[in-house]
Design a protein around this ligand. Structure first.
Ligand code: HEC
Length: 162
């Protein structure tokens, strides 16, 4: 009986007006939610693009080269001759588009720890479970979804020389 009373209070199984209101709320919330923060992982990849706009390889190249935005060259090197002092603790990104599919690249950017919990590579997508994050960065991913798509598009162009 108490259970029923509580269900009623939350509107579940309540009078038709309440039910209609709940349905309307659910529709509005679904429309506002957009694509899920973490699309499904399939195998070692994330096949669904994070945005409706296709990635722009030229923008991705700029993000990878920029030490203030992508920071990739802190650790990696890449075929970007204009950038001096590239990193050498991680791979050369040249040929990444031959080594990995776009789905694999997307997951490696979104959540590399999923593939190697010990990895030094930061997650560029949204992450839960962090503590002591500076106020300005709290709850924010390092790169926006569109930026991740742009970087994926750029990396996909980096085919190994034959
Ligand atoms: C703090 C160092 C660090 C930063 C910054 C970093 N990575 Fe990585 N990355 C790594 C390491 C280390 C690996 C090797 C994978 C592992 O640890 O299991 C890796 C692996 C990769 C791989 C798969 C290996 C390959 O080369 O095919 C790709 C692709 C990649 N990173 C892209 C990027 C891009 C793009 C950025 C910037 C948006 C970036 N990384 C930033 C350290 C870093």
């Amino acid at each position: 009986m108490r259970l029923r009373a509580r269900a009623h209070a939350t509107g579940i199984g309540g009078p038709p007006a309440q039910r209609a209101c709940l349905t309307a709320c659910a529709v509005v919330m679904a429309a506002c939610a957009g694509p899920p923060a973490q699309p499904p992982v399939v195998g070692d990849g994330m096949p669904s693009p994070l945005t409706n706009l296709p990635g722009r390889a030229d923008e991705g190249r700029r993000i990878v080269a920029d030490r203030q935005v992508g920071l990739c060259l802190l650790c990696h090197s890449a075929p970007l001759p204009e950038v001096r002092f590239q990193g050498d603790i991680a791979t050369d990104l040249g040929g990444a588009g031959s080594r990995w599919s776009e789905a694999q690249l997307r997951l490696r950017l979104m959540d590399p720890a999923r593939l190697n919990p010990q990895t030094l590579m930061p997650a560029y997508g949204p992450r839960d479970g962090l503590t002591r994050v500076g106020e300005a960065w709290r709850g924010k991913p390092v790169l926006q979804r569109q930026q991740i798509e742009d970087v994926v598009a750029y990396l996909a162009t980096l085919k190994a020389a034959r």
